[in-house]
Design a protein around this ligand. Structure first.
Ligand code: MTE
Length: 327
């Protein structure tokens, strides 16, 4: 995945937003201070595009915070996180925020197929209606395999709710997810670029991982929906795994009995595997994973096993010692 490493993200400590400042900004937003919001969040204008249709889910934001999942460190300032992204459909640099505004979020349909009681294609807004009671905000650290990390308040719902919605059959063991495939709204998504024509981006996990309480379907960030560079309208977050597992802009969710092969796994299996759990002691073939650069503070910090979420997920892997769990 690492095509070239840029160090443009070296940001000074003083630019990071302390958690308390961010959450007091949110209280203000919750009180309906939309004008204030526009000046607090200049990115908001950028996150929208003249061709965008109104978002019927907008009233669900900001969602109620769930503080159960503690994170260490400082929340990454919004303008830093929203301008340092991996979304290869829009280019190989980290600075794809502007180009990602070409993403058209409506209509957006998601197909549920494979080993399910009944295959269905549902509109994203219909899915949102079904899961709205469990919509919440959780702050997770995202740890990229390239050894950078960010601490982001994500809005979304537990992946277990998505599984419930899909009604998988008892033989289903894995979930395979696909990103859209449309060079008209993602010009870099063309044959010969990166994947030799093997778009779309694909990722997968086990059903057991999907049902873990940490697995989260993200529909917004920093208290608002439709954040294109973050993979709107819906992407995955499994914070104990390297970020490439966190597939963006999902249009298909398939239940299977066979382990799916991800986009990067297909390209470079020896470097990017199926499990991809964060482990500081297991180096990437080309660099160490012992530490990471926090893009918010600019500081280097020690990487933690399972990105610090071992209490929740280590049990998932106890009988899988012979697997390549860390790549
Ligand atoms: N999903 C798609 N469809 N395309 C991508 O290029 N990049 C992945 C992941 N999901 C990617 C993707 C990688 S490598 C990382 S580190 C995270 O998204 C980055 O998420 P962020 O940009 O929201 O920080």
């Amino acid at each position: 995945m690492l095509i070239k490493r840029k160090r443009g993200w070296d940001i000074q400590e003083s630019q990071a937003t302390p958690e308390s400042v961010y959450f007091s900004r949110r209280k203000l937003l919750g009180a309906g201070a939309s004008l204030a919001a526009a000046s607090f969040f200049p990115e908001r204008a950028q996150a929208q595009n003249a061709a965008d249709v109104p978002d019927p889910t907008a009233a669900l934001y900001p969602a109620k915070r769930n503080d159960k999942y503690k994170f260490d460190g400082k929340l990454t300032e919004e303008k830093v996180a929203a301008n340092y992204n991996n979304f290869y459909e829009y280019g190989t640099s980290k600075y794809i925020a502007k180009s990602a505004q070409q993403l058209q979020l409506r209509p957006w349909q998601i197909k549920f197929d494979g080993m399910v009681e009944k295959e269905q294609t549902v509109d994203f807004d219909t899915l949102m209606k079904a899961v709205a009671p469990s919509l919440q905000e959780r702050t997770y650290r995202l740890r990229c395999v390239e050894a950078w990390s960010a601490v982001i308040p994500w809005t979304g719902f537990p992946m277990a709710e998505l599984v419930k919605f899909a009604k998988p059959l008892s033989g289903a063991k894995y979930i395979r997810m696909e990103t859209f495939n449309n060079p008209k709204m993602a010009p870099e998504q063309r044959p010969g670029f990166l994947s030799d024509g093997n778009w779309p981006y694909v990722e997968g996990c086990t059903l057991e991982e999907a049902n873990n309480e940490l697995a989260f379907m993200v529909t917004g960030a920093y208290g608002k929906p439709g954040y294109k560079q973050f993979g709107a309208p819906i992407r995955l977050m499994m914070p104990w795994k390297y970020g490439f597992k966190a597939i963006k802009s999902i249009v298909r969710v398939s239940f299977t009995s066979e382990r799916p092969i991800g986009y990067w796994e297909q390209l470079q299996r020896q470097e990017y595997g199926f499990w991809a759990n964060v482990n500081p002691e297991f180096s990437h073939p080309r660099w160490s994973q012992a530490s990471e650069r926090d893009i918010g503070t600019g500081e280097r910090r020690s990487t933690m096993i399972f990105n610090g979420y071992g209490d929740y997920v280590a049990g998932l892997y106890k009988d899988l010692k012979s697997e390549r769990l860390w790549a």
